[in-house]
Design a protein around this ligand. Structure first.
Ligand SMILES: [Zn+2]
Length: 190
């Protein structure tokens, strides 16, 4: 059996043909297996070839779903990370949709063993990536919230200082000095 791979022939009336050649050098005229360049006889039926073909097909489907989703960046100063998160989550949703459309998450391989479908493996990888990117954002979000709390507390303190000075009848340059001293003190605490 020869495995010399010629260019993929495509005849619009009859569809693509196997790209391998017969032992006599003539092109093989069999139909290639789905998602492949070669026929069953020329290696298209091997588990590796089938798995690779299925993975290519699923990734192609997921990519076109992703394109349809029209991924929009999330607004924030952390633009890069959030844009990436938007894509990761869209990819995760696209792969989840593929898994939801499956009738069974397993299939029986040519050698008789039960195998997880490629969709499930791709979905699991997408889930891991989503968890990682969300964890990174959550950590940043918590920091931002802590800063916001500190600023809110400072506002409360400044309001209290103003109220105290008003009650004590302090105004003008003296009041301004007191505010500056308080602000400086708060900044050093922060
Ligand atoms: Zn062939």
């Amino acid at each position: 059996m020869t495995e010399s791979m010629g260019p993929l022939r495509s005849d619009p009336s009859t569809g693509p043909r196997c790209s391998a050649r017969r032992s006599n050098g003539e092109p093989c005229r069999n139909r290639p297996m789905r998602g492949q360049a070669v026929c069953r006889k020329h290696g298209g039926a091997s588990p590796q070839a089938r798995a690779a073909a299925e993975r290519r097909q699923v990734e192609g489907q997921a990519r076109s779903l992703l394109a349809e989703l029209g991924v929009a960046p999330v607004e924030d100063p952390l633009a890069q990370l959030l844009r990436l998160a938007g894509e990761v989550l869209a990819w995760q949703r696209a792969t989840a949709q593929l898994v939801n459309e499956l009738e069974s998450i397993r299939y029986r391989a040519a050698n008789g063993t039960e195998q997880l479908r490629a969709e499930v493996l791709i979905y699991e990888r997408a889930m891991d990536r989503a968890v990682n990117v969300l964890a990174a954002i959550a950590r940043l979000g918590i920091d931002e919230r802590l800063v916001a709390v500190t600023e809110k507390q400072a506002d409360v303190v400044v309001a209290a200082i103003n109220a105290a000075m008003e009650a004590a009848g302090i105004s003008g340059e003296q009041a301004e000095q007191a505010r500056r001293a308080a602000a400086q003190h708060l900044r050093s605490v922060a």
